[in-house]
Design a protein around this ligand. Sequence first.
Ligand code: GUN
Length: 289
Amino acid sequence: MGKIIDGKAISQQIKEECREKVEKEGLKRSLAVILVGDDPASAVYVGNKKKACDFCGVRSVSHELPANTSEEDLLKLVDTLNHDDSIDGILVQLPLPAHIDEDKVIRQISPDKDVDGFHPENVGRLSIGQKGFLSCTPAGVIQLLKRSGVEIDGKNCVIIGRSNIVGKPMAMLMLRENATVTVCHSHTKDLREICKRADILIVAIGKPKMVDASYVREGAVVIDVGIHRQENGKLCGDVDFDSVEPVASLITPVPGGVGPMTIAMLMKNVVDGNGADDQLPYVAIGFGL
Ligand code: GUN
């Protein structure tokens, strides 16, 4: 089916490019991965990140800490890694146990080692058009679109969701690609009508199968960032795939769409480092249209 965007294949391609770059340039990159507690889903994510490191020729250094680790000890560890010249990237797997302030921990990571792109400095750099680490999931969506031949420049892009890790950086990245961007959220009026105007509809709301064909213009490109486990054990997204697929020109499936891109873009951040050329802004200074 030509209209399915194959995130598994595209993420594999990106990881292979990372591996080639590491080999060709003889790069020695190291990623520190911190996992606090024993959340099974987080353990699986961290395991997959370490596997991706192995594939790309990146050294991963694991710090697995008990759930009762104090905030102070975690901040100290991050600080030690900040000053460790043998470490290029630091990843603290989220969510953290409730007694630890996630924002404080994210702010503790040096912006130059913040390969998740979560530090306020990197978020700020993105919004004012400076180079910096890009948040992996939205950066992965851009790669899915570009590598599927979707023209972004001048297109109407509607994003449903305004989270700090997807919706907001997604809006900034699409703006940087010269799309006309609308961000919708729980207070948006006439959501269906707004979505129907989208050439590119990006859905990141966290509600299983909420978006059906009635939200989608014939021929639109639909990107589903959601992932949910259904009662029957199968995964689904925020988009009702069976309803939307006949209407869309291109659509990401769940699983196998946006999901695998997050780790591929993490690898790209670790290998390329802060300040890679594709972090370049569309415009750096001044007012203007
Ligand atoms: N938890 C779920 N997704 C992510 C991610 O992309 N990065 C981190 N650090 N934690 C997560």
